[in-house]
Design a binder for this molecule. Structure first.
Ligand SMILES: CCCCCCCCCCCCCCCCCCCCCCCCCC(=O)SCCNC(=O)CCNC(=O)[C@H](O)C(C)(C)COP(=O)(O)OP(=O)(O)OC[C@H]1O[C@@H](n2cnc3c(N)ncnc32)[C@H](O)[C@@H]1OP(=O)(O)O
Ligand SMILES: NC(=O)C1=CN([C@@H]2O[C@H](COP(=O)(O)OP(=O)(O)OC[C@H]3O[C@@H](n4cnc5c(N)ncnc54)[C@H](OP(=O)(O)O)[C@@H]3O)[C@@H](O)[C@H]2O)C=CC1
Length: 498
């Protein structure tokens, strides 16, 4: 019998960020392994014209929940959506709902965050710091609360090279920043943001670091743990390999490379690609929830959920495997044949951006314009280049994260729990994982049918022929112009002909 699965039986669990990437996998695993849990409260806001109920139904009826619907047919009764906006006071939760949450919640998993790197500092502070503070205040009023699990990021201290499982202080107290945000206008925030952020590369990582400080300072008597995942990727094993549903992190790059937009990226091929599958993160999260509630460690424990020190893989190896998978499983509607490489030199990067990214986009836009359609490729390419510029920081450096707490927890689990809640990343075979990842991007993110592969391959062959034709015509025109202007070129031409 799994101790962890049994622990969640009969429990009332509160999850923020449940509609996000990690949140969905967390609910899925909880419902599948502990179908006898009492209720999962999820704090959801209405979005994009969808009501709360529609959003929940969409999740429950999705492919990800296929197995859950078998194991736990009454899953929709287990999930209770509560209307909430984490940017509002008291999260804009109704009095009745708040009363129920305060009196019933046993465990909190706090996943909600803004993960945009370029979010305005005010908004990032509001969601990643102030909302965390408010949630901790709510938690302190919950008599039945057994554990509060905060999801942070391994990059909250990306300004350091070696990172231990401790909280590092930021130079300005988070409380001061929260207070200042009340009376600073946007112009002042914009001016002061770079000074506050110091050597953090973006508002996301900075506010996640502030969020950890808030957790430490406001923990009071609560049983708290912090989990720091690195770059979270598609599922490794559960509920099935390769599931992914957003364009964050490597996902967008895989799409861009597979469709032939991305030709070159500034990256160190030897830098460690610290990817971690989302199901591994969730298994660790559930194990930490159990351990924190049952063993009640004296201090707040931090768990690094990373792969680099246990089973390293570098960007070069990962990129090669991504490209070789495209050979077998091409994406549909490719703009060009997938071919990308890593460059390190700044001049080469500018050259490749001009020649391999911007020029083909402009040529294609001219073609669209000539055929009476709306040009869009240049805009798309600019967006891609902007995204790449934001990710570059993370693919040109390596970090070392110590994992003592995570390894300690692994040794505390029974063999049954080690199997059901496996977070031992040493067992991961990278080549197999990346192949399933690319396949998952095709199937679950791009929603492409596998039956379309022969047609996609044929399309790539056509693109290859267009490429040869274009190069031949380009060469002939260039040569013709050269012959017209240069005696040496003419001599070479006559020599060849002769
Ligand atoms: C040796 C040879 C081998 C050769 C190999 C060759 C290689 C070939 C293979 C390549 C694969 C292997 C290498 C991969 C390297 C990846 C490194 C990853 C590092 C990640 C580190 C993460 C560390 C921290 C982890 C964490 O702790 S947290 C999670 C991380 N957080 C994020 O990843 C958020 C990032 N994003 C944003 O920060 C915002 O997205 C923003 C970017 C500002 C845009 O912002 P904006 O321009 O305003 O655009 P949006 O409004 O967002 O979107 C507007 C429209 O663009 C869409 N779109 C949003 N995104 C993306 C995206 N990426 N890519 C594409 N499209 C996207 C969106 O769908 C919407 O489409 P629409 O609806 O309009 O149709
Ligand atoms: N993905 C990754 O690579 C990594 C993620 N993490 C951390 O994991 C956690 C989850 O990330 P991930 O699932 O990828 O992020 P997502 O962007 O997929 O999900 C964010 C969640 O937060 C919710 N949310 C955002 N703003 C509000 C608001 N004002 N009120 C209520 N809910 C809100 C979103 O709801 P809605 O659907 O309504 O927008 C969504 O459910 C975050 O704390 C992140 O820092 C850490 C390391 C890496």
């Amino acid at each position: 019998m799994s101790m962890i699965a049994a622990f969640y039986g009969g429990k009332s669990i509160l999850i923020t960020g449940a509609t996000g990437f990690l949140g969905k996998v967390l609910i899925e695993k909880l419902c599948r392994t502990s179908p006898d849990l009492k209720v999962i409260y999820i704090l959801v806001r209405p979005k994009a014209g969808h009501t709360l109920q529609q959003r929940v139904s969409q999740i429950i009826n999705s492919k990800l929940f296929e197995k859950v619907r078998e194991v736990c047919p009454n899953v929709h009764e287990k999930i209770r959506a509560i209307s909430a906006d984490l940017n509002q006071n008291d999260f804009a939760i109704s009095k009745e709902d708040m009363q129920e949450l305060l009196s019933c919640t046993n465990i909190i998993f706090h996943c909600a965050a803004t993960v945009r790197f370029d979010d305005h500092l005010r908004h990032a502070v509001q969601l990643n710091v102030t909302a965390t503070q408010q949630l901790l205040f709510m938690a302190s009023q919950m008599p039945k609360l057994e554990a509060f699990i905060h999801i942070s990021t391994a990059f909250s201290n990306c300004n350091l090279k070696h990172i231990d499982e401790v909280i590092y202080p930021c130079s300005v107290e988070p409380k001061k920043i929260i207070d200042s945000m009340e009376w600073w206008d946007d112009a002042i925030v914009d001016e002061i943001a770079p000074k506050l952020m110091g050597d953090w590369p973006n508002t996301y990582t900075y506010t996640k670091a502030l969020g950890e400080m808030v957790v430490q300072q406001e923990s009071g008597n609560l049983n708290i743990a912090i989990i720091r995942p690195s770059i979270v990727g598609a599922t490794w094993q559960e509920p099935f390999p390769g599931w992914v549903d957003n364009l964050n992190g490597p996902n967008g790059m895989i799409v861009a490379a597979g469709r032939g937009f991305l030709r070159a990226i500034r990256a160190s091929p030897l830098a460690v690609a610290d990817l971690i599958p989302v199901d591994t993160v969730i298994n660790l999260t559930l194990a930490v929830g159990w351990y924190t509630a049952v063993h009640r460690p004296k201090s707040t424990l931090i768990y690094h959920c990373t792969s680099g020190n246990l089973n390293p893989c570098n960007w070069g190896k990962m990129g090669c495997q991504v490209l070789s998978t495209f050979e077998k499983i091409p994406f549909e509607k490719a703009f060009r044949r997938p071919h990308a490489d890593f460059t390190a030199n700044t001049i080469t990067v500018h050259y490749r951006n001009a020649v391999s990214h911007r020029a083909p986009a402009m040529i294609y836009d001219i073609y669209l314009w000539l055929t009476g359609r709306k040009p869009r490729m240049t805009k798309l390419m600019n967006r891609l280049l902007r995204t790449i510029s934001m990710l570059e920081y993370f693919i040109n450096r390596s970090w070392e994260w110590s994992t003592y707490n995570t390894e300690m927890l692994m040794s505390e689990l029974s063999p049954e729990d080690q199997r059901i809640f496996n977070f031992d990343v040493r067992q991961l075979n990278w080549l197999e994982y990346i192949e399933n990842y690319v396949l998952g991007v095709k199937k679950y993110l791009l929603k492409e049918d596998m039956a379309g592969i022969p047609e996609a391959k044929q399309h790539l062959r056509r693109l290859q022929n267009i490429y040869y034709l274009f190069n031949t015509v380009f060469f002939l025109i260039a040569w013709r112009l050269l012959i017209a202007r240069s005696q040496i070129a003419r001599n070479v031409w006559f020599f060849i002909m002769w």
